[in-house]
Design a protein around this ligand. Structure first.
Ligand SMILES: Cc1ncc(COP(=O)(O)O)c(C=O)c1O
Length: 439
C-alpha cells in the first residue's frame, strides 16, 4: 500500500506546534503462515499534555505510548542513543514528503539539501540551549563537532589540551589524532569515583594546568560514570587563566537545563539524538563568536574561508539529510511541550530511585552524593557480578537493556519514558540473576 495512504497527518498539539503530528496507524495484515517479527509498535495517539494528568506517573505512562520501544521491553541504555517518538518521526516523514517531490520553485534550490543557513532549524535550537544562531553549526553528532574543534583550533606542537580520564572516544580521539600528527600534547586529570563535590574536580583541573595549557576539553556529563561536571566554574577557571574551554555535552541536551551563554565557555558540542530523542545524526557545534577566527575548517567546499558566514562556515559540508533537521525541530517542540524542567525532574527522580535501590543491594556507588553532580545516568559497581553476563542474561531472559563496563560496572540511564514499574522489573531481574550466581 502506498505509504502516503497510511500516513494521515493531523495536528495533535495546541496551535503553535503545528509540525508535530500523529500517525493514524493501519496495521498491515500479517501474511498467513509467516510468524510476526514481534508486536507492532503502539499506534501513536495525541501527545498528552501534563495538565490533563494530575498524577505524573499516569502522564509518563501516556507519554511512553509515543515511543516505538515495545511495551514489554525495558530500555535503560538511553545513554548510548535515545529513541525518537512518533512526533519526531512524523516530522522527518513530513520533511521527506515535502522535499522529495523535487518541485521546489527555484531549480537552483540546493539549500534544501545542504549549503544553507538552516535558520529555521538553528533558531529554535539556539533558543533551547541559550546560544545565538551565528554561534551554532548543525552537524551530525558530538564526535563530528569535537573533531572540528580538535582538528581546527590553531595550536603549536608542545601546547597542551587538558581533559579528564573519562572522555568518550568521540571526544578524546580527535585530540589523539591531532597529537600524533602535529605534536600537541594530551594531558589528563582524574575524576574521583565518585567525586564528593564540584570543588574536588575543580581543584584537580586547577592543579593540572601548566603554562602550556591552551584548552580544557571535558565532558559536561561523562559517558563513563554520568557525573555532571561543574561547567560554569570550569569555564570561569579557564577564562581567568587565559585558557579556552570546550565541553562535550553529548548527553546534556534534553536531559537537563542548559544555557551555554550562562556557562560562558568557548565551545560546546552535543548529540541531541540521545536525551532530546532527536533523529540519529542531528548534532551541533557551538563556537563563541570571539573564537571563531582561531578555528580552521575541517571540511572544505565553497564558504570554508568566508568568516562572514560565522558558525555557518562549519555547516558547509555538501549535500546532507535535511529532513532529519525537521525531526530535530520537532524534538525541541516536544521537549518544550512537556517542559524541560518537568523532564529533568523526572530524570532525577528515576535516577535517584534506581540508585538508592542498588545501594540497598550492596552496590558501590560511582555516582556523586552531590545532587549537582548527577542527573539521569547512575553508575554502580557490583562485583562479583560480571556486567557482560548480566547484560546478556537480562536481554535474553527479561528483555531488559542495560550497558556497563568491565568487569562489574553498570551504567543505568533513566529517560523520562521509563516507568517506575520498568525500573522495578530491572531490579527484580538483577536480584534473580544474583540468586542464580549464588544458587
Ligand atoms: C560524552 C560523549 N561524547 C561523545 C559521544 C559520542 O556521541 P556520538 O556518537 O553521537 O557522536 C558520546 C556517546 O555516548 C558521549 O557519551
Amino acid at each position: 500500500m502506498d505509504r502516503r495512504h497510511l500516513l494521515k497527518s493531523a495536528p495533535v498539539f495546541a496551535a503553535g506546534l503545528p509540525l508535530l503530528r500523529t500517525l493514524q496507524h493501519n496495521k498491515p495484515s500479517p501474511k498467513p503462515g509467516v510468524p510476526s517479527a514481534g508486536p507492532d509498535p503502539e499506534p501513536a495517539r495525541p501527545v498528552p499534555s501534563p495538565r490533563d494528568f494530575p498524577d505524573p506517573e499516569r502522564f509518563w505512562a501516556e507519554m511512553r505510548k509515543q515511543f516505538l520501544i515495545p511495551a514489554d521491553e525495558v530500555y535503560l541504555n538511553n545513554g548510548t542513543v535515545g529513541s525518537s517518538p512518533w512526533p519526531v518521526l512524523n516530522a522527518v516523514f513530513d520533511g521527506y514528503r515535502q522535499t522529495e517531490r523535487m518541485d521546489q520553485p527555484d531549480p537552483e534550490d540546493y539549500p534544501i539539501w545542504g549549503y544553507d543557513s538552516w535558520n529555521e532549524f538553528r533558531d529554535p535550537l539556539a533558543e533551547f540551549i541559550g546560544a545565538s544562531r551565528d554561534e551554532l553549526a548543525l552537524v551530525r553528532n558530538a564526535t563530528e563537532a569535537n573533531s572540528y574543534i580538535a582538528n581546527g583550533l590553531e595550536m603549536k606542537a608542545g601546547e597542551e589540551v587538558l581533559m579528564s580520564d573519562q572522555e568518550h572516544p568521540g571526544g578524546e580521539q580527535p585530540w589523539n589524532l591531532r597529537a600524533k600528527r602535529y605534536g600537541v600534547v594530551v594531558k589528563k586529570f582524574q575524576i574521583p569515583r565518585p567525586p564528593r563535590d564540584g570543588d574536588e574536580i575543580l581543584n584537580r583541573i586547577h592543579d593540572a594546568i601548566t603554562p602550556r595549557t591552551r584548552i580544557i576539553f571535558v565532558s559536561h556529563i561523562t559517558t563513563d560514570t554520568g557525573v555532571v561536571l561543574p561547567a560554569k566554574q570550569i569555564a570561569r577557571l579557564a577564562r581567568d587563566k587565559g585558557i579556552l574551554s570546550a565541553f562535550d555535552g553529548a548527553h546534556v541536551t534534553g536531559m537537563m537545563a542548559l544555557n551555554i551563554r550562562d556557562i560562558g565557555c568557548d565551545f560546546y558540542t552535543s548529540s541531541p539524538h540521545k536525551w532530546l530523542m532527536a533523529p540519529k545524526g542531528s548534532g551541533y557545534l557551538y563556537m563563541r563568536a570571539d573564537v571563531q577566527d582561531r578555528v580552521w575548517n575541517t571540511l572544505a567546499t565553497h564558504g570554508w574561508d568566508e568568516p562572514q558566514l560565522k558558525a555557518q562556515r562549519f555547516e558547509m559540508f555538501g549535500s546532507s539529510n535535511v529532513p532529519s533537521l525537521w525531526g530535530l525541530r520537532a524534538a525541541i517542540q516536544l521537549a518544550n511541550h512537556i517542559g524541560l524542567d518537568r523532564i529533568e525532574k523526572r530524570h532525577r527522580a528515576m535516577a535517584d530511585y534506581i540508585h538508592s535501590e542498588m545501594l540497598k543491594r550492596g552496590a558501590e556507588s560511582w555516582t556523586s552524593p552531590d545532587p549537582a553532580l548527577r542527573c539521569g545516568i547512575v553508575t554502580v559497581n557490583v562485583p562479583p557480578v560480571k556486567r557482560m553476563a548480566l547484560e546478556q542474561w537480562l536481554w535474553k531472559a527479561r528483555k531488559i537493556r542495560i550497558r556497563g563496563g568491565e568487569p562489574s560496572k553498570l551504567r543505568l540511564s533513566t529517560p523520562y519514558y521509563l516507568l517506575k514499574a520498568d525500573i522495578d522489573r530491572f531490579l527484580t531481574g538483577f536480584d534473580d540473576f544474583k540468586k542464580g550466581l549464588n544458587g
